[in-house]
Write a protein of this length. Structure first.
Length: 438
């Protein structure tokens, strides 16, 4: 909590009224520090972790700017917010609508997976604040359908994620179409050398606000490791965890779209309310899945890292890393889906003995070692003892650790479809009981 209230931040009365209607009185640390800088008109680099209220930290000053009349007549957006994913873009627009409910502000969203004709009609009328994903926005720029000459504020949300997803060229093209005298706000969870170079090209003498820091603790989340022997062991442990009484809603992170579909299908086939979420799905299907998760019709979401950022569902009780993330910082965004808005959460992370180096990179990034958790009756095999090279026995095709000795790799490498989820002694399925910041 902070020592200031939203009323102390010189926001427009209509915005304060909307915040009061939402029950928000005191800004979070990122809001208390970033909003005054943004209101001053200066460029800003803000680092904040997921779940800290950073969306409102740029939405509120953007809306405050829009309460003033247009300086120059026109139809193009005055505020442009770029987001790396469709889900995050949609949630930003929801926040915009919530905080502008008592203001006369025209808003819209441009993102992939939606019909072009509908979005073209949006751009033919006045829009004050536009939220967009870079790829689809570039399409409209190339078609000559979008005028960015009236942009007064450019916001780059999850800028580090946009870099990771290869959007840097698109972002720079879009920024070049905006007026040079615009205000630019850059929000990122991490600030490394690449981000510094991007900021130097797009921002002018920015002020820095750092709430995240490099080490992220997530003290409200109980983080536990679970060493596994292979795919069969993973699936049995996952089944055990999902059937526990305290498992309300969970996001299970898989490495690939195919893995997410397979796990979700197998869970659903066993009567569990599960669904997949990944980038190959149509936007309407992704929206329907997220709505089902929020309403409790879906309790177990099996997702790729497309869901690590931008999914704001308040009552996720557990996160299970079925597969380790490829990038250490993505671990932070994954587990940040639980323990939100003052609640507590639990995160389990599966790893094999061959993934210890990846695991250590994650622990180094968050600045602490994580405890191992063992389920009685499902313990992993003992690690092989190190033998001096001169005494090492010859390798055998069916020796310990080989596929013929009961060990399966964490991923099926082109050898056909893995066997059905839950085979091999999982607990019987129970009947589902059913199960929502500034």
């Amino acid at each position: 909590m902070t020592d200031v209230t939203f009323a102390d931040l010189s926001l427009n009365p209509a915005i304060l009224r909307a915040l009061e209607a939402c029950g928000y009185n005191e800004p979070t640390p990122i809001q208390a520090q970033a909003i005054p800088v943004a209101l001053s008109g200066r460029d800003l680099i803000a680092s904040a972790n997921t779940g800290t209220g950073k969306t409102a930290a740029f939405v509120l000053p953007a809306l405050n700017r829009l309460t003033a009349p247009r300086p120059v007549p026109g139809y193009g957006p005055r505020v442009l917010v770029l987001s790396p994913t469709r889900e995050l873009a949609s949630q930003i627009l929801e926040a915009v609508k919530k905080y502008s409910k008592f203001s006369r502000i025209a808003t819209g969203v441009i993102l992939g997976g939606m019909p072009y004709r509908e979005q073209m009609r949006l751009l033919e009328r006045r829009v004050d604040l536009l939220v967009a994903t870079p790829g689809r926005l570039i399409d409209f720029i190339d078609r000559g359908r979008l005028d960015l000459s009236h942009v007064e504020m450019l916001v780059l949300d999850e800028a580090d994620r946009m870099l990771d997803m290869g959007f840097i060229e698109a972002v720079e093209t879009i920024a070049a179409k905006c007026p040079a005298e615009r205000q630019t706000l850059l929000y990122t969870a991490t600030f490394d050398q690449r981000m510094g170079k991007l900021a130097s090209r797009l921002l002018t003498e920015p002020e820095r606000v750092d709430i995240a820091g490099r080490q992220v603790s997530h003290e409200s989340i109980d983080q536990q490791l679970m060493r596994v022997d292979g795919l069969d062991h993973k699936e049995r442990l996952l089944s055990h965890l999902l059937l526990q009484d305290d498992m309300e809603k969970a996001i299970v992170f898989a490495a690939t779209k195919r893995d997410a579909d397979r796990l979700a299908d197998d869970l659903a086939a066993r009567g569990m309310p599960a669904a997949a979420l990944h980038g190959d799905m149509r936007q309407r299907d992704r929206n329907r899945t997220l709505d089902g998760l929020r309403r409790g019709r879906i309790r177990f979401l099996v997702a790729t890292d497309v869901a690590a950022r931008g999914i704001d569902v308040a009552d996720i009780s557990h996160v299970i890393n079925f597969d380790l993330p490829k990038v250490a910082e993505d671990y932070v965004h994954r587990i940040g889906r639980t323990g939100r808005a003052g609640a507590t959460g639990t995160a389990y992370t599966f790893y094999t003995r061959h993934e210890v180096r990846q695991l250590r990179a994650i622990e180094d990034y968050i600045g602490k070692r994580l405890p191992n958790h063992v389920v009685p009756g499902m313990e992993p095999m003992e690690l092989p003892k190190r033998v001096p090279d001169g005494n090492r026995p010859p390798r055998r095709a069916n020796g310990p650790g080989s596929a013929g000795h009961g060990y399966r790799p964490a991923h099926n490498q082109g050898q056909g479809r893995p066997k059905r989820f839950g085979d091999g002694g999982a607990a019987p399925m129970r009947r589902d009981r059913g199960a929502a910041g500034a």
